[in-house]
Design a binder for this molecule. Structure first.
Ligand code: ADP
Length: 498
């Protein structure tokens, strides 16, 4: 068994080994103004480390370093880029345990989930190591025979990558992998709550042989102030953002100033539809996975459960049993399955959404109590009979709360599921393949999980429609987001030797 004292000693050593400075042009350095910002462990509320708190001038310096490195990096052979990515994959897997512990300390997720995320992040590097050498083009004849059409793909140029705190390693890897593969340079701005995983990853990429200036990391507590000049300054050619819809919309407007290509992975409001023929073992497993992965702090989290009345009582009871058996606590400790929320504001928001739903008539099937003491914990909760107008139907809960409603009519449930501005993912549970495909095709989302609560995979195109975003990450499409198409016209005349 791991004890608290063992963990404390390990974490102190681990934190001391992680860089805490800005990474610009291949050099680790303090913020120009010397400022730092604290990183807090959400399970204990203790300060783990202080990292450099970048200013506008640091951000601009990072963009300039990316610009200066772009030409040489584009000209670097694809095989070299691929090998760097492959070395990063290997290094992440070799350091899986220490990176998992680091992530748990700064973000809170249980160690088992953090280990899973390290492997998931590593897999993006392996996938894009394989994609780097498969960037192809085209050659065709103009129909009238007068010319040939040559199509080539080239790196879009310096990229700005902005990541959230909920998957500190994987969200960065999902952007850096394809950017490196495509031959783009980057400025990465991680979330202020979880900079340590990104800084550790930057060092791994440096050690894997990534040339100076290809990746630049700017940590800051003043995102709005520091990012706007980077994005609108004319150097950046591509923005890839994962975060809230509200911030995504601001960035989309800013990107318009220099017509910057934009990929946005924004919020979700996932419906989880249990059809009357569902295998309830499958349904409950998928529900726990879709709801409780990352404590519910995922844009793919099931936000609205719609369960057919034929199975709704049994489903609610079995889900409540599973949810109330989960062990809540500090994710670094053995056996813990549910860690804390990222901060006090997130915890308070989840509790407020529960109170609002109950005040409007929902029944608490299990959980629902506030947790006192250190750390930002929320008890896993199942609510049924959610009334229309409850705030959690139109807000990402982003916490361990399952909100159940019932239905009888298929057309109605599809219309209700689609009645939201978001469209990231939906889950459908049924044993009937025709029905599964039919419902999947009618849902206004970018991804559907059929009889599963997990859709994320490095080999698949992740992304949403409507207010959930633009573009896709991962899969064959992931690298396309970082490539521009150039067409070269080659007229051809019939001729022999002079
Ligand atoms: P969350 O609410 O989950 O923290 P945000 O959308 O606020 O989601 O944050 C996602 C990322 O966007 C973080 O790295 C954050 O620092 C950054 N961010 C927040 N506001 C802005 C902004 N105005 N401009 C650029 N980046 C921002």
């Amino acid at each position: 068994m791991t004890t608290i004292t063992d963990t404390a000693a390990t974490s102190t050593r681990l934190i001391a080994s992680v860089p805490t400075q800005l990474f610009i042009g291949g050099t680790w350095r303090a913020a120009a103004g010397g400022a730092t910002t604290d990183v807090v462990n959400p399970a204990t509320e203790e300060v783990l480390a202080s990292v450099a708190d970048a200013d506008v001038e640091d951000g601009v310096a990072a963009a300039e370093a990316a610009r200066d490195a772009q030409a040489a990096w584009s000209a670097t052979p694809a095989r070299t880029r691929s090998e760097i990515l492959y070395r990063a994959f290997t290094a992440l897997m070799e350091r899986q345990d220490e990176l998992a512990m680091l992530m748990t300390l700064e973000m809170g997720k249980p160690l088992a989930e953090a280990r899973g995320e390290v492997a998931y992040a590593a897999e993006f590097f392996r996938w894009f190591a394989e994609e780097a050498v498969r960037i192809d083009g085209g050659f065709s004849h103009r129909p009238d025979g007068t010319a040939r059409t040559l199509v080539v793909r080239q790196p879009v140029g310096p990229c700005l990558l902005i990541t959230p705190w909920n998957f500190p390693l994987a969200m960065g890897a999902r952007k850096m992998g394809p950017a490196i593969a495509a031959g783009c340079t980057m400025v990465l701005k991680p979330a202020p709550q979880t900079p340590l995983s990104s800084l550790a990853l930057a060092r791994i990429l440096q050690e894997a042989g990534l040339p100076d200036g290809v990746l630049n990391v700017v940590t800051t507590s003043r995102a709005a102030e520091v990012i706007e000049p980077i994005l609108t300054g004319g150097i950046i050619r591509k923005l890839s953002f994962t975060g809230s819809t509200a911030v995504g919309k601001i960035l989309l407007q800013q990107a318009a100033k220099q017509v910057v290509r934009t990929s946005l992975e924004l919020g979700g409001n996932a419906p989880f539809i249990v059809l009357p023929d569902a295998d309830l073992d499958v349904a409950v497993d998928a529900a726990v996975q879709a709801k409780m992965r990352n404590m519910g702090e995922a844009c793919t989290a099931a936000n609205r459960f719609y369960v057919h009345t034929a199975v709704s009582d049994e489903f609610a009871q079995r889900l409540a049993q599973r949810m109330s058996a989960l062990q809540v606590g500090d994710g670094t400790q053995d056996g813990v399955q549910v860690g804390p929320m990222i901060d006090a504001a997130s915890r308070d928001k989840v509790q407020r959404l529960v109170e609002d739903a109950v005040a409007k008539g929902a029944t608490v099937v299990s959980g629902g109590n506030s947790v006192t003491g250190r750390g930002y914990f929320v008890e896993p909760t199942v609510l049924s009979g959610i009334a229309a107008g409850s705030e959690l139907l139109n807000n990402e809960i982003f916490g361990p709360v399952a909100a159940l409603q019932t239905f009888t009519d298929l057309d109605e449930v599809i219309a209700t599921a689609n009645d939201t501005e978001w469209g990231l993912v939906a889950y459908v549970i049924t044993q009937d393949l025709d029905l599964a495909l039919n419902v999947s095709e009618r849902l206004e989302v970018g991804m559907v999980g059929v009889n599963t609560g997990l859709v994320s995979a490095p080999s698949a195109p992740f992304g949403g429609v409507k207010h959930s975003g633009l573009g896709r990450e991962g899969g064959r499409l992931g690298i396309e987001e970082f490539l521009d198409v150039k067409y070269i016209a080659i007229p051809i005349r019939e001729r022999g030797l002079a």
